[in-house]
Design a protein around this ligand. Structure first.
Ligand code: SF4
Length: 618
């Protein structure tokens, strides 16, 4: 069949009902495209129009939406991404997850920008999509199998898949789903697929090729983007050491989670840095495609080639459990990847159980620093064996049942990522107000507070402004769809930022944050949007789209009952300092929240005001 060209988008989404086995097509209007861009933004909009509030995340009414962006399928750097939106069983609010696997690119070759899945199959199935055809394939023989086993059985050079493991089938609240060796990790998409008896999504190679509307402009932008990325120190660090490059900064600033966020450092902490891992495990690149930063790696662990654990995994399944042996952390990572569980939530949950066991709240043989027990606990969780059935519900539910809420390190039910906010107050605010829970990818002020050193980590000044900026910016990037890590090179290497001395930048950012943020040049992103689709989009419109997307997600969460009381941190972060912190810091959250609400146009309860929603065309 001859190849057909599409300039960025076809504005077509396929909707599949598993209960009735029916298929229909939805058109996206150009107005919706401009307002919500694609990826996460359009996924949320489609969800908002369809999802009934208050439904059971494991009920038939839950919906899974998988959306690509206008850059998905092009050769723009770090653009091979797609997004999933669903109601999360872990948080009971909107779950969203970004992935660098190739499923989204392949979906687009069939002329679909996205995919909506409704209903529930009466028995295990896989869905296979090719052009306009959808097949409901029997998957009884795949049920109960680990992710790599299923991938080997159904995968080929002519298709891409999204697969869940036994944890997803067993509805472990934090079960993930795999696209190749990249994961839709947070919030339990795998469990929602499992509740629908959906073992795998398969998309065969189609006949469409995504090409830019303005090819010359696109090539120039691509070259500029690659130049910026190739000279940006953070991008180069990630290229060398992966996200584990963060570990050295985090350790230096004493904010590594150790033993359920009790300490900020450990004498063996340097064992888990990217530099150590590179030297010891002979790492090589193993990345999303296409990518110019190249943060993903594989290396030799336990005598075989394996994916290098991300920083979050090293922190949550490593130091936070009292483990610093990278071979063991790789093994834990492997179990989670095979059974299909998010490593951050798995680590946060096990750490709670370890502390609860020490305090006598639960009678479980699980202790910090004991790898054999961790291996058993991870398998028991995925298979719902014994106490694993409780562990499969995450740390919020566990602490609700057994007590110990003050040391359940989660927000809105989502376990916290690997940056202790007592060492970076802005990150504390970021976790507290993030739409999907204690997530570091909603906003990442710690990069300016610790990693790059532009902001004082121990003050609340300027933090609400930066959290708001990051949230809008990342929502827009996740809707293009392009990797958030491009933010380093594509904003910090622009002309103005590059010629301004660091001390001047730091002064402006800390003292005049709104002014400093108004100078950030991110025009390369809307320029890419224009080069691919032909549609004009100003930098202002791009950033307002990001804000609209973020606020829409917040609105959906408030409809589910989220209020100010939920925008908080675990008591440990608010009232206890890290045991090894000589400055005895806790996060002064309350004044940051008040300022943040004012900046965001929320009322006193954290609900977006009607006038503000109207202003955003919501
Ligand atoms: S930088 Fe890393 S996460 Fe981003 S696209 Fe490249 S490999 Fe994937």
């Amino acid at each position: 069949m001859s190849e057909k060209k599409i300039t960025g988008i076809l504005n077509r989404v396929i909707e599949i009902d598993l209960s009735s086995k029916t298929v229909s097509t939805i058109s996206i209007s150009m107005d919706q495209r401009r307002l919500f861009l694609g990826g996460k933004g359009l996924g949320l909009k489609l969800m908002y129009d369809r999802l009934k509030p208050g439904i059971d995340p494991f009920g038939e009414e839950n919906i899974i939406i998988i959306m690509t962006g206008v850059l998905t399928g092009t050769s723009a750097p770090c653009s091979g991404r797609f997004h999933a939106v669903f109601k999360s069983p872990l948080t009971h609010i909107i779950g969203s997850s970004s992935c660098g696997g190739s499923f989204g690119r392949m979906l687009k070759t069939n002329g679909w920008d996205g995919l909506i899945i409704r209903g529930k199959s009466p028995s295990p199935i896989s869905l296979q999509i090719h052009h306009d055809q959808v097949e409901f394939l029997d998957a009884k023989d795949l049920w109960g199998k680990d992710i790599s086993v299923v991938q080997a059985k159904i995968g080929s050079k002519e298709n891409e898949t999204i697969v869940i493991g036994p944890a997803g089938e067993n509805r472990v609240y934090f079960a993930n789903a795999a696209s190749g060796y990249r994961y839709l990790g947070r919030g339990g998409l795998g469990a929602v697929m499992g509740s629908k008896n959906l073992k795998a999504l398969i998309v065969l190679k189609g006949q469409y090729k995504t090409v830019p509307f303005y090819p010359e402009k696109f090539e120039k932008l691509k070259n500029r983007a690659n130049t910026y990325i190739n000279r940006n120190p953070m991008s180069l660090l990630m290229r060398d050491f992966g996200t584990a490059a963060n570990a050295e900064y985090i350790i230096k600033n004493r904010m590594l989670p150790v033993e359920n966020f009790s300490f900020g450092n450990h004498q063996k902490a340097m064992e888990i840095t990217g530099r150590q891992i590179k030297a010891r495990h002979h790492t090589k690149h193993h990345t999303c495609k296409p990518c110019s930063i190249l943060c993903g790696h594989k290396g030799m662990f336990n005598d075989s080639v394996n994916t290098v654990p991300e920083y979050e995994t090293l922190a949550l399944l490593g130091s936070n459990l009292g483990i610093f042996d990278t071979n063991f952390i790789s093994l834990f990572n492997d179990i989670c990847n095979e059974k299909g569980m998010d490593t951050i939530s798995a680590g946060g949950t096990l750490a709670w159980v370890m502390e609860a066991s020490k305090k006598g709240l639960v009678d479980i043989d699980l202790e910090f620093g004991h790898p054999d027990k961790i291996i058993r606990a991870l398998n028991a969780t995925a298979n719902l064996e014994g106490f694993g059935k409780d562990m499969a519900t995450g740390s919020r539910a566990l602490s609700g049942k057994y007590g110990g809420k003050e040391f359940a390190i989660q927000v809105k039910g989502l376990e916290m990522a690997g940056y202790d906010p007592r060492g970076a107050y802005g990150q504390g605010l970021g976790y507290a107000v993030a739409n999907r829970g204690a997530c570091h990818l909603s906003s990442f002020p710690v990069v300016f507070e610790n990693l790059l050193g532009f902001l004082d980590p121990d003050t609340i000044k300027a933090k609400p402004e930066f959290v708001k900026f990051f949230e809008n910016f990342y929502a827009a990037l996740n809707s293009l769809d392009i990797c958030q890590f491009t933010g380093y090179g594509l904003t910090l290497e622009t002309f103005l930022t590059r010629i301004t001395p660091k001390a001047v930048l730091a002064f402006l950012m800390q003292q005049l944050p709104s002014f400093a943020l108004s100078l950030v040049d991110f025009s390369i992103y809307p320029d890419f949007f224009n080069a691919v689709t032909g549609m004009k989009l100003s930098s202002r419109e791009f950033m307002i789209a990001g804000e609209r997307i973020h606020i829409l997600e917040r609105l959906m969460n408030t409809i589910e009952g989220i209020r100010k009381a939920d925008d908080t941190l675990p008591d440990r972060m608010l009232f206890e300092s890290m045991k090894d912190d000589p400055r005895k810091r806790c996060v002064p959250l309350s004044p940051m929240i008040d300022k943040y609400y004012r900046l965001r146009g929320y009322d006193d309860e954290g609900i977006p005001k009607t006038s503000f929603l109207k202003k955003l065309n919501l």
